[in-house]
Design a binder for this molecule. Structure first.
Ligand SMILES: NC(=O)c1ccc[n+]([C@@H]2O[C@H](COP(=O)([O-])OP(=O)(O)OC[C@H]3O[C@@H](n4cnc5c(N)ncnc54)[C@H](OP(=O)(O)O)[C@@H]3O)[C@@H](O)[C@H]2O)c1
Length: 238
């Protein structure tokens, strides 16, 4: 995939990793970027190639309207997300549902609305921003980890379902990036721009999975190993 040919749509484009995606796409010469967010006024970009659109993952009508406004779309970046901090057993059920509604149902809603457009435009690509927490869980992130795990296997299933129309579906997995969602995390954090760079480098090579950082590579290797050993080690790591 050649990034200079692309017309992209990014969810959660107003800040964090999504904003860096927009800036990196522009730097690499993308033709147009639909920068979407919950509030139009938060989409502050100084480039004529940026088209701001309102898209709230929890508002189906806004998803349909945004995708209808992007008939030339070739690259969809599903980035928007939340972390409520809810544990599964004692946490607020409404917060846990909101995490699933956002990461699983919201992302799926956008994909379903975008898939016919991508097919009509030659296939294109979908990038889903996942997490190392798609592959393990920590205390204080039970709802988030379950939602990211669901989004990971959504990514795998959608990849198979859209292969026939030529759509590349890429899962991007990372540990901690320096954005608002990780403001309370004291450990090492990568530059959010790195996420966009690695993803777009991967798209150029046709990569279906991008492991952004060493921490996530370690988690991936550990998934194949002994679970008891992994969680014992994790207790010392976090
Ligand atoms: N940062 C990390 O360490 C890390 C690690 C692994 C995975 N991720 C994933 O990376 C993605 C981006 O996170 P981030 O680090 O950039 O977090 P962030 O700085 O908190 O940004 C989150 C973005 O998602 C948007 N958003 C939240 N709910 C939305 C909804 N219902 N509809 C539309 N937009 C919504 C936010 O919009 P508002 O400004 O309107 O709230 C904001 O633009 C998420 O999927 C997250 O799970 C992040």
């Amino acid at each position: 995939m050649n990034i200079t040919d692309q017309i992209a749509l990014v969810t959660g484009a107003n800040r964090g990793i999504g904003r860096q995606f927009v800036l990196e796409l522009l730097e690499r010469g993308a033709q147009k970027v639909y920068a979407t967010g919950r509030r139009l006024e938060s989409l502050d970009f100084d480039d004529a190639r940026v088209v701001p659109l309102r898209l709230d993952l929890l508002d189906h009508d806004s998803v349909v309207a945004a995708l209808q406004a992007a008939p030339d779309l070739t690259l969809l970046v599903n980035n928007a997300g939340i972390a409520t901090g809810a544990d599964l057993v004692i946490g607020d059920l409404a917060e846990i549902r909101r995490e699933l509604d956002t990461h699983f149902w919201g992302t799926l809603d956008v994909i379903r609305a975008a898939a016919p457009t991508l097919a009509a435009n030659g296939g294109g690509a979908i990038v889903n921003i996942l997490s190392a927490l798609s592959w393990f869980a920590t205390r204080g992130a039970g709802g988030y980890a379950a939602a990211k795990a669901a989004e990971w296997n959504l990514t795998n299933a959608v990849r198979l379902e859209l292969a026939g129309q030529g759509t590349l579906v890429q899962g991007v997995l990372l540990g901690a990036a320096d954005t608002d969602i990780m403001a309370d995390y004291a450990g090492p954090k990568i530059d959010p721009r790195t996420v966009a760079r690695r993803s777009l480098d991967g798209l150029a090579e046709g990569a279906i999975e991008v492991i952004v950082d060493d921490w996530t590579a370690m988690v991936k290797a550990a998934v194949a190993g002994d679970r008891a050993e992994f969680y014992t080690k994790l207790g010392g790591l976090l």
